[in-house]
Ligand binder design. Structure first.
Ligand code: AMP
Length: 215
């Protein structure tokens, strides 16, 4: 089974993907996490992604296609959540035709719908544990002195969560990614779900599970 998480950066796609992954024992393919790992490992691939990610721009399609091609045979026979991919029309066409070749399609496209203002508030208060990468929010987890997950006291803010970069990421989202909402709501009508994203993450998660369990 294949699930796609669609929505603005900071809409909660990553949080929901992680919750669903645990519950359903799915493999979570987060393109952003994959790229961040390559960058922190200082790999050749990572070095090609640094410039775009630090500016809040999309990494070039050629690089994204090669990441998908390399990982596709591993993903093909699994239940997978795609978080942060596809992110533009070319990537959508690429994965649509790849899936089609194997007689597969996205079983669920979850569009997490949230306002730009809410995203800016959320992202500017986001920080994470340097050691285990768990993500926290200053408005919810006030004054965290040690990580709830691993007890480390070393925290960081993602470079691309800085205000100027966020504005650029939102611009890219509107221009490149948002058109996929129309694309998938028209070609995958019965698998597309518009999810109200400005709610408690547990309520959103309950809705997603209910949709998956009742289909
Ligand atoms: P995310 O954590 O999903 O917001 O991704 C962080 C950054 O990684 C993005 O701002 C892009 O620079 C890059 N990135 C992630 N997914 C993609 C993708 N599908 N296509 C191009 N760039 C991507």
């Amino acid at each position: 089974m294949f699930i796609m998480m669609l929505g603005m950066p900071g809409s909660g796609k990553g949080t929901q993907s992680n919750l669903l992954k645990e519950k359903l024992n799915f493999y979570n393919f987060s393109m952003g996490d994959f790229i961040r790992k390559e960058i922190s490992d200082k790999s050749e691939l990572g070095s090609k992604c640094v410039d775009a990610t630090s500016k809040g721009e999309l990494v070039s399609d050629d690089i994204i296609f090669s990441i998908i091609e390399k990982n596709f045979s591993f993903l093909l026979d699994k239940n997978v959540i795609f978080d942060g991919f596809p992110r533009n029309k070319a990537q959508a066409n690429f994965i649509d035709s790849l899936l089609n070749k194997y007689n597969k399609k996205f079983d669920y496209v979850f569009y997490i719908n949230i306002s730009e203002e809410a995203v800016i508030n959320r992202i500017t208060s986001r920080y994470s544990c340097k050691k285990c990468k768990a993500v926290f929010n200053k408005t919810i987890d006030k004054d965290l002195s040690v990580c709830k997950n691993c007890d480390s006291n070393d925290f960081e803010t993602r470079d691309d969560d800085k205000y100027d970069v966020i504005i650029n990421r939102l611009k890219e989202y509107k221009k490149e990614t948002h058109p996929l909402v129309d694309h998938y709501s028209s070609i995958l009508k019965n698998s597309f779900y518009n999810i109200e994203g400005e709610r408690d993450s547990q309520l959103i998660y309950n809705d997603l599970l209910e949709i998956i369990n009742n289909k």
